[in-house]
Write a protein that binds this ligand. Structure first.
Ligand code: G
Ligand code: G
Ligand code: MN
Ligand code: NA
Length: 253
């Protein structure tokens, strides 16, 4: 309850900010996209993890205004980097389940893109498999979002309880392999088999793949060998501030 009340104040008090984690193209070695990750710096509690406050924001409905703020801030930041002279980068933004049932989501996305002057192909929305329960609603929604020209990624791929059937109905551009599969890739033949299978399946479905949570060079080698498209993980960079993305852009390459 306490956290819930403080969450409402936090938005007005500008206690939220975004960090960004680079996604590296394994073919070119370049950063082509970043994932926006929300952070809450509470005045007395200090840093509160999104793993704690996102579920509370979901339950309390605050996820709607917070989600809007996140999307707007991420799009506006992508445009700022461009104006600062960085090569164009896609920004990936996590959607919460509540946002998928927000009446005006498509309109809101469109309006934010216009206002921030970000070209639609530079926005990627991440949904998770747990959101694929209501197939008819989500299929319709994703088609409307694709019509705007944005990209869609399935986050935490392989960890949900859903069947694979949504892959044939949803207009998806990208799968993000959950870090649970990548973690023991060098030591566990089951994980190795699963990651290889996902990479091969994605290729047949013409989907891009981002492997998440890459921490070790052995994992990187396996993914390069498997023809994975992008990696995201501490090996390359932790989530960092917008300023750090700008300042370190050349070093990060
Ligand atoms: O960044 P970190 O690893 O601490 O994130 C923890 C969890 O919070 C992850 O599951 C991540 O998807 C989620 N999360 C982080 N930022 C956002 C956001 O902007 N929106 C939503 N809906 N979830 C987020
Ligand atoms: O659920 P989602 O994939 O959106 O959340 C991404 C989360 O993964 C972020 O909280 C981010 O901080 C975390 N993360 C990113 N790279 C790594 C990594 O290499 N190792 C670990 N343990 N966590 C990571
Ligand atoms: Mn994500
Ligand atoms: Na993930």
């Amino acid at each position: 309850i306490l956290i819930e009340q403080e969450l409402h104040k936090a938005l007005a008090n500008e206690e939220f900010y975004l960090d960004f984690q680079p996604q590296v193209n394994l073919k070119t070695g370049k950063i082509e996209s970043v994932e926006a990750l929300v952070r809450w710096r509470h005045p007395t509690r200090g840093f509160v993890s999104p793993e704690l406050f996102i579920p509370i924001a979901e339950e309390s409905g605050l996820i709607i205004p917070l989600g809007k703020w996140i999307l707007e801030t991420a799009c506006s930041q992508a445009n700022t980097w461009k104006e600062q002279g960085l090569p164009p980068m896609k920004v990936a933004v996590n959607l919460s389940i509540g946002q998928l049932f927000q009446q005006d989501l498509v309109y809101m996305v469109q309006e934010i893109l216009q206002r921030t002057k970000l070209e639609p192909q530079y926005l990627q929305l991440e949904i998770t498999e747990s959101m694929t329960m209501n197939i008819d609603h989500i299929t319709q929604l994703l088609h409307e979002l694709k019509a705007i020209g944005i990209q869609i990624a399935v986050d935490d791929f392989g960890t949900g309880y859903s069947s694979l059937s949504y892959l044939k109905d949803f207009p998806i551009d990208c799968l993000k392999i959950d870090r649970a599969f990548v973690r023991n890739i060098q030591h566990n033949t089951n994980d190795e088999a699963l990651v290889s299978m996902i990479l091969s399946m994605a290729k047949h479905l013409r989907l891009k793949v981002v492997a998440e949570g890459i921490e070790e060079v052995e994992q990187l080698a396996f993914l390069i060998n498997g023809d994975c498209d992008y990696i995201q993980g501490y090996l390359f960079s932790k989530p960092v501030s917008a300023e750090q993305i700008f300042n370190n852009f050349n070093e990060l390459h």
